[in-house]
Design a protein around this ligand. Structure first.
Ligand code: CTP
Ligand code: CA
Length: 222
């Protein structure tokens, strides 16, 4: 592992992490997805495990290896992720939602492969449920941490997600910045807490950022 010394400061904590993209089926061979690789979420799961937490990782399709010592629940669609997260919510202390959940799915999933014709094709999309917002409405004592990938007006968008989803903290990614966001090994974020604190992180590996995120979670009063 990367760090020589990792404190066991999450011992006794149950942490649910979501990671990766979701896939929304069009027909048996096609789907809609996004550029998430799952690296950030897997790094958080590994770091939390190393610091003593009991971790469940609910992951969309990624090419990543399971994390030893972490319970892995594989899901396909946003709806699957919703169900797996919701049924565990009342048993966990902290939820970290780094998954890039698809906002929309095809209104109907064709059971047979769509055939091409000479005409153009349009696919109607319908909204997926917002998992984090649902948790925010149900939360009792859990700490809720969201992610936000933004290309414009990062801070205002992140702040409005904190209030709309009743979050304790949000990790905001400026996806227009080099070395940040999808499919790279580094990340550069602003960590914004509900109490108004705002921490700008330098560019660092996702492994290092995972530890910084956990450090800040530990400062949240309950
Ligand atoms: N999220 C979720 N369920 C969804 C959509 C998003 O739980 N159906 C979570 C993501 O996992 C992330 C946070 O909400 O932690 C913010 O996701 P983001 O896509 O940045 O925000 P949205 O609310 O979907 O708004 P928009 O995409 O319009 O910026
Ligand atoms: Ca979204």
């Amino acid at each position: 592992e990367m760090l020589l010394y990792e404190p066991k400061d999450l011992t006794g904590k149950k942490i649910l992490v979501t990671a990766g993209p979701t896939q929304e089926d069009i027909d048996p061979v096609r789907y809609i997805t996004n550029r998430s690789t799952g690296k950030m979420g897997y790094a958080i799961a590994r770091a939390a495990r190393n610091r003593g937490a009991e971790v469940v990782l609910i992951s969309g399709p990624t090419g990543l290896k399971p994390v030893e010592g972490v319970e892995l629940v594989k899901v396909h669609s946003a709806d699957d992720m919703y169900n797996e997260v919701l049924k565990r919510f009342d048993k966990v202390d902290i939820v970290i939602k780094s998954a890039a959940v698809a906002d929309y799915r095809p209104e109907t999933k064709s059971t047979s492969k769509l055939k091409k014709s000479d005409d153009d094709l349009s696919i109607s999309l319908t909204r997926n449920k917002d998992i984090l917002q649902t948790l925010g409405g149900q939360k009792t004592n859990q700490i809720l941490v969201g992610f936000a990938a933004e290309s414009d007006d990062l801070i205002n968008n992140a702040l409005s997600k904190i209030s709309k989803k009743n979050l304790d903290m949000i990790v905001a990614n400026d996806i227009t910045m080099e070395g940040a966001g999808f499919a790279v090994d580094t990340n550069r974020v602003k960590i914004i807490l509900r109490d108004g604190r705002m921490i700008e992180s330098p560019i660092m590996t996702k492994e290092e950022l995972a530890h910084v995120i956990l450090d800040h979670i530990l400062t949240i009063e309950r």
